[in-house]
Write a protein that binds this ligand. Structure first.
Ligand code: AMP
Ligand code: GLY
Length: 426
């Protein structure tokens, strides 16, 4: 059977790597893929990104299953197009993907269905937004309504920062947000305190299977300092998600969301990712929904998954996830992102990458922003590699990941030295 994975990041390399291990899988295509998927003998890149061209390719190649990586394909309606043509694809429709693509949709949905999240108001009028933050005070969180590649959120510690963020979003669009229909809108919400975790599940429209828990590191610098990024490293499992927190997340957030979407006439199929903020009493609240796997969370999660991902996703697209039980490696997996110099604002591109170690069962180098040109591997984006390792403890996984990345060289490389720090302290 042939499989198609859409996207070009570290997440897609890890998904494709795992799918290629499937018992019945003969070929995995990645569109458009990256330098790592180009080099992997079991994977093949396809230079396509247009939704109709991808569906044509899937028809011509008799692709048995397509798996969507990033949100942009979902917002472009790739699932709707494939389904209309009778092609099997795992992901949410454009309407269901609004849980991620529109913060206003997600917040209104959560309010309507009683799902724990931060209190909020939505504004398109700047004067009203400014007056609201004056009345609420800081800290306060300002979010653009559309997709912004992870840059549309400002956690304002002062009123001045809050006012500035409102102007960025509603007046000059300094954050480069792709606004939703009806123009620029801003969601202003209560600041939540606690520890974050990534809670990701598979949904078939009705049934849910949770993946192993994980934790991302969103800030650029050690000690969670510096600007927000797409994610600088992740590990699984996340000890902050105790069995009690897990049960609450399933019963109070995930199940009401899946049931609510079905009742609202937009059943959710695909990966559903709830970004949780867990307060000191163990109460999880939803910071955001993503309608896809996390990047870099996917890399450690795939290293720990023992089940055949292809078979699992075939069942997910058949609506029979109630019959699936996932098997996990008991060890910890931890991934360290190596980013380009200048990331996240102005990442360098085109630098030669050398010293890549051979992959093993315990340590994998997943590629993200890389391309292969005339046999040479070059940097091609902000997050370049994610070096991911398994270990008997967080410390051991951390040690192996950091030992593995030592020989890897490229101009301006930057990475955090403290991935996993919250788990090490526990
Ligand atoms: P988002 O894109 O919505 O996930 O937001 C990016 C990051 O901003 C999150 O991972 C949190 O660290 C932070 N954040 C977002 N909303 C809140 C909130 N209501 N309270 C505290 N931090 C938040
Ligand atoms: N790592 C965070 C995300 O994928 O949104």
């Amino acid at each position: 059977m042939k499989v198609l994975v859409l996207g070009n990041g570290g997440r897609e390399h890890a998904l494709a790597w795992k799918l290629a291990q499937g018992e019945r899988v003969s070929q995995v295509y990645v569109a458009p893929g990256n330098g790592g998927t180009a080099r992997d003998a079991l994977l093949k890149n396809v230079a396509l990104t247009d939704v109709k061209a991808l569906a044509d390719f899937a028809e011509a190649e008799k692709i048995a299953l397509t798996v969507v990586g990033p949100e942009a394909f979902l917002a472009a309606g790739v699932v709707d197009e494939f389904r209309a043509r009778g092609l099997r694809i795992f992901g949410p429709t454009k309407a269901a993907a609004q849980l991620e693509s529109s913060k206003a949709f997600a917040k209104d949905f959560m309010k309507r269905h009683g799902i724990p999240t931060a209190a909020y108001e939505t504004f398109s009028d700047a004067a009203a937004a400014h007056a609201y933050v004056e009345a609420q005070g800081a800290p306060i969180v300002i979010k653009a309504d559309g997709l912004a590649a992870g840059k549309g959120v400002v956690v304002a510690m002062t009123l001045e920062q809050a006012h500035e963020a409102i102007d960025w979003i509603l007046a000059d669009n300094k954050l480069g947000v792709v606004h939703n229909e009806g123009g620029a809108r801003v969601v202003i919400e209560q600041f939540l305190e606690g520890e974050e975790a990534s809670f990701i599940v598979l949904c078939d429209g009705k049934n849910v299977v949770s993946l192993a828990t994980s934790q991302d590191h969103k800030r650029l610098l050690d000690g969670d300092e510096g600007p927000n990024t797409g994610g600088m490293g992740a590990y699984s499992p996340a000890p902050v998600v105790t069995p009690n927190v897990h049960a609450k997340a399933m019963h109070e957030i995930i199940m009401p969301t899946v049931q609510g979407m079905a009742r609202d006439g937009v059943p959710f199929t695909g990966f559903l990712y709830a970004g949780l903020m867990i307060d000191p009493s163990g109460q999880p609240r939803t910071v955001e929904f993503n309608t896809r796997m996390g990047d870099p969370e996917t890399q450690p999660i795939m290293m720990r998954l023992k089940s055949d991902l292809f078979e699992v996703l075939m069942q997910a697209t058949d609506g029979s996830l109630d019959q699936v039980e996932l098997q996990w490696d008991r060890r910890v997996a931890l991934g360290v992102v190596m980013a380009a110099g200048g990331y996240p604002l102005t990442p360098r591109k085109g630098d030669a990458i050398s010293g890549l170690p051979a992959d093993s069962d315990e340590a994998m180098v997943f590629h993200a922003g890389t391309i292969e040109k005339d046999g040479q591997l070059l940097t091609a984006g902000g997050r370049v590699l994610c070096v991911t390792a398994l270990g008997e403890s967080v410390r051991k996984a951390q040690q192996l990941a950091y030992d593995t990345l030592v020989p890897i060289q490229f101009e301006g490389k930057q990475y955090r030295r403290d991935i996993g720090h919250r788990a090490v302290k526990r």
